[in-house]
Write a new protein. Structure first.
Length: 478
DNA sequence: TGAAATGTTGGGGCG
DNA sequence: ACGCCCCAACATTTC
């Protein structure tokens, strides 16, 4: 039997624009795909329950696709170095091909794999998860960027992110069948209760679903992106984040597709620039975590070590279940719980509320998002939360405190978003929808709302919470 | 990728 | 006619 080339899957669950897979196929050898379930350190920082739901379906979709070429997808657990070394030995594999990853745990993992495989079946790593190699981008002082705008200028100046392989790889199947675990046995899906109904309604994990999502965005969203992206009541964003996290769509492919759309007149330059810039934030976050691996647990601005965070389990629980009494925040938290996703603008407002209005540590929020988001991504999540908290790179100044009422009036002007996710307020007129506690009693009664019974009274009063947050921040300056 | 407080301006009402 | 006051609208600064 011909020895296979191993394609070690590392959240690059796609066949197109996949350098590692193409390289494996180009050897001419049969291809054997291997996925190793994260355990230990990796599992601690991997996504949580929503992410596992996605992983299950994405692996199933990929396995189905690969079956057309008789390429087996092996599922294994254990330290990746041990698993890959075993399979390489058993099959006589010459080379292991994989996508490079940049999280601290993933870099340790690939070093361990490389060391273990050594000369017998060397590990070949390929780019493509990011547009640029973090080690290659530095400012004039030869330091990694800490501010987004100069970072992004440097990216744009560096030119096209790289080659895109449009065609499918020429795959040869592998007839050997080293033992694989069964996906079902990994228990990645929720049971008792099955809370994944909302996820199933909203998402189609896998490369096909990713491509369809892109096509829909290209047809309906991209051209107005710069105008609508902050409006949670409109479907103005791409919703590609989970597909990007699992590598079901390649970032370089996506970049090229946006540029092509712009060239073909399918979207304005302003829209394309705006969307590419958001891809830039994803890139920026990954680069930050690469250069500052302690970002996951330590504030980048060290003075925040002394920040007087509160501990308040009841407030945290109210935030988590969307019962803060602030309609926009609650709508966002409920959208997250139901669909595994939250609109970016609302993420900022909800995160700001936890950190500033409630003075709870950003790590509580980060952990919750990591558990509930289908797009949970270590770098994006951690960098985003530190940005909101004011302790991160190029962070929002701490004194920028969102007013959830004003944000709601500005970005959900007709109240469609709040009414969808907080239906108990649906009959309130627009004037009071974002601040039901201010509504006259007869208006509340007419809308069938009794605060404290049908919808919570506000957990904190905005002006007082704002003053409290500013006072807490002031303690850092001394 | 804010909001609130404070400052400035200009038009209209009115003595 | 004129100046004064009021205050909305806008600008600036402060947090």
């Amino acid at each position: 039997m011909t020895a296979p080339a191993i394609w070690w899957l590392r959240n690059d669950f796609r066949l197109t624009d996949n350098s590692a897979l193409h390289a494996a196929a180009a050897t001419g050898a049969p291809v054997l795909a291997v996925f190793v379930l994260p355990g230990g350190e990796a599992d601690d920082q991997a996504g949580g329950a929503a992410s596992r739901w996605w992983l299950h379906h994405s692996l199933a979709a990929l396995s189905d696709r690969l079956a057309k070429w008789s390429v087996p997808l092996l599922l294994r657990r254990g330290p990746a170095a041990d698993v890959l070394a075993d399979i390489a030995r058993d099959t006589g594999t010459a080379t292991v091909f994989a996508a490079r990853r940049y999280e601290p745990w993933a870099r340790r993992q690939q070093r361990a794999v490389r060391a273990r495989l050594a000369e017998e079946a060397p590990l070949q790593l390929y780019g493509g998860r990011l547009m640029f190699e973090p080690a290659a981008l530095r400012n004039r002082s030869d330091q990694p960027f800490q501010v987004f705008t100069p970072f992004w200028k440097a990216c744009l100046a560096a030119g096209d992110p790289g080659p895109v392989r449009e065609s499918l790889p020429d795959l040869r199947g592998f007839s050997g069948r080293p033992g694989s675990e069964r996906l079902e046995d990994w228990l990645l899906l929720p049971r008792q209760p099955d809370w994944a109904g909302g996820l199933r309604e909203h998402w189609q994990p896998g490369e096909t679903g990713a491509l369809e999502r892109w096509q829909e965005f290209l047809a309906e969203g991209l051209d107005g992106y710069h105008l609508n992206r902050d409006r949670p009541d409109l479907a103005g964003t791409s919703r590609l984040s989970p597909h990007l996290h699992f590598g079901e769509i390649g970032i370089r492919w996506l970049w090229a597709a946006v540029c092509a759309a712009e060239r073909d007149g399918l979207c304005s330059a302003a829209a394309a620039d705006c969307f590419r810039r958001e891809l830039g934030w994803r890139e920026f976050s990954a680069h930050l975590l690469y250069h500052w691996p302690e970002l996951t647990t330590q504030p980048l601005r060290r003075e925040f070590m002394e920040f007087p965070w509160r501990e308040d389990a009841d407030a945290l629980a109210a935030w988590q279940r969307g019962a803060t009494g602030y309609p926009l925040v609650d709508a966002g938290m409920r959208e997250l719980w139901h669909t595994g996703w939250m609109h970016n603008r609302v993420r900022m407002v909800a995160a700001s509320f936890l950190v500033k209005h409630l003075l709870l540590h950003w790590q509580h929020g980060e952990a919750w998002f990591r558990d509930t988001l289908v797009d949970a991504d270590l770098a994006n999540n951690v960098a985003g939360w530190q940005w909101v908290a004011g302790s991160g790179a190029d962070a929002a100044p701490f004194f920028r405190i969102f007013n959830p009422v004003l944000q709601g009036q500005k970005f959900d002007p007709d109240g469609h978003y709040v009414r969808r996710w907080v239906p108990e307020l649906a009959r309130l007129p627009d004037r009071w929808l974002q601040e039901p506690w201010s509504a006259p009693a007869e208006v509340l009664a007419a809308a069938g709302v009794l605060l404290g019974r049908d919808y919570p009274a506000p957990l904190v009063e905005h002006p007082a919470a704002r003053e409290r947050a500013l006072a807490a921040f002031e303690t850092l300056r001394r």
